[in-house]
Design a protein around this ligand. Structure first.
Ligand SMILES: C=CC1=C(C)c2cc3[nH]c(cc4nc(cc5[nH]c(cc1n2)c(C)c5CCC(=O)O)C(CCC(=O)O)=C4C)c(C)c3C=C
Ligand code: FE2
Length: 398
């Protein structure tokens, strides 16, 4: 039973029970989902390949992100953990239970915590990255530096940095949370969570054919992004090439920023001011000077300090990053203000030519700065993809 995938459970016995459920007078009859709908939520995104899944693969609805600190300086122990994690990731991304499953033996704690037993894989992807402190701790040459400070940053160390990160994305939040929870359990004694972040309403699209979601300021976010099928832009701006190190070939550098929005202030500003701040129209998403969302951005039509003008490649020597962030909403603070914003995630070939110069320009002049504050930060080396039979980061240790 433990080897039965959740996919098979869903399309087999689970549905049969639902379909046969009789109803009494006055009760609404339970209608099982259409097979097509079940199949859609049952879609898998392959874990193995030349690049890690979760970067240039379709963007799911939900995020669970976690940063871990190692409690060891032993490369052998870390390798052991990465092997265990990879095996678990292969199972979870194909809708299977971890290890011997959620009901593997009555006298021991189950290997799998069990909360996804009747759920589909929901396009789960798991993406791993190593922070600069990972290399220091293990005495390995680091491929990148810490991010520099930027004007206006108010970074909370408890929401920043970490040795290893895991980005779990899925269409069902329970699937993403389950994945991180079970990886965390397996890490006991080798690594522990430093901070984590849940996200919803992806601020990115995979292709221009998808409807662009809106961020918490009400604007479509993710319009002008690198599309997952645009191989030439991916190779130029996202994937690490021969410049090395070798274990990063086909990998990418991830930058994460927890960006809080001062929504109470934003919500008191006029529509005109909001649109001037972004440089696009709120309802249509069209850039100033255009009438449709995907009309080209002509930077000279946009207010000089507008966010899109300053972030556009034409204002940045052609530089591009691939954005894959999510909204977050973590309740209210002690003064009753919303703790809401954007968990910004960007992938790039090199942070020194991607996020860093872009953020320098934005932090110096962006009209949006009045309404946002960067409160958490991380930079992560995400190794190339995992081959069948290999494990996350194997090339780094071999
Ligand atoms: C350093 C990079 C960026 C940060 C940090 C950032 C924060 C941030 N962005 C929005 C809202 C929008 N951003 C939009 C476009 C956009 N943003 C960046 C970079 C950063 N954003 C880029 C490279 C672009 C694309 C510019 C272009 O080429 O046209 C948009 C417009 C829609 C879109 O294209 O996605 C919005 C809206 C917020 C609210 C925010 C911090 C909270
Ligand atoms: Fe932006």
């Amino acid at each position: 039973m433990t080897d039965l995938s959740r996919r098979r459970l869903l399309t087999g016995a689970g549905l049969a029970v639902g379909a046969g459920a009789a109803t009494g007078a006055g009760l609404v009859r339970f209608v099982p989902p259409e097979p097509a709908a079940a199949a859609a939520s049952d879609e898998l995104i392959p874990f193995h390949g030349p690049h890690q899944a979760g970067i240039a693969t379709p963007v799911q609805e939900r995020l669970q992100f976690a940063a871990f600190d190692l409690s060891t300086t032993s490369a052998a122990e870390v390798t052991k953990l990465l092997k265990l994690w990879t095996a678990a990731a292969v199972r979870m991304t194909t809708g299977q239970e971890v290890g011997r499953g959620a009901t593997g033996g009555a006298t021991v704690p189950p290997d799998d915590s069990g909360e996804t037993l009747d759920l589909a894989a929901s396009r789960l992807t798991l993406t791993i990255g190593f922070g600069p402190s990972f290399f220091t701790r293990l005495n390995l040459p680091a491929p990148m530096k810490e991010l520099p400070p930027f004007p206006g940053d108010r970074l909370d160390p408890a929401r920043s940095g970490g040795d290893i990160c895991v980005q779990a994305c899925a269409d069902d939040p329970q699937v993403a949370v389950h994945a991180v929870r079970n990886l965390t359990r397996m890490a006991t004694g080798t690594a522990r969570i430093r901070w984590s972040q849940m996200g919803f309403a992806r601020a990115a699209t995979s292709s221009p054919h998808e409807k662009t979601p809106r961020n918490q300021m009400g604007f479509k976010d993710g319009t002008n992004n690198i599309a997952i099928y645009d191989e030439s832009k991916l190779n130029r701006h996202v994937w690490v090439g021969d410049e090395g190190p070798e274990w990063m070939y086909g990998g990418s550098y991830m930058v994460t920023r927890r960006i809080r929005m001062h929504l109470e202030l934003w919500d008191r500003t006029s529509l005109r001011h909001q649109e001037d701040t972004i440089g696009r129209h709120k309802r249509s998403g069209a850039p100033y000077g255009g009438s449709h969302e995907f009309d080209p951005v002509r930077i000279h039509n946009l207010p000089p300090r507008s966010h899109v003008r300053l972030a556009h490649p034409d204002s940045n020597d052609g530089r591009r990053i691939m954005r894959r962030g999510y909204s977050y909403s973590d309740g209210t603070d002690s003064r009753g203000r919303q703790d809401t914003g954007l968990f910004f995630i960007a992938y790039q070939r090199d942070p020194e030519t991607g996020f860093i110069p872009l953020q320098r320009q934005l932090s110096a002049g962006d009209a949006l700065n009045r309404y946002i504050q960067h409160v958490g930060s991380g930079v992560w080396a995400c190794p190339g993809g995992v081959r069948q039979g290999s494990f996350w980061g194997e090339a780094l240790f071999s």
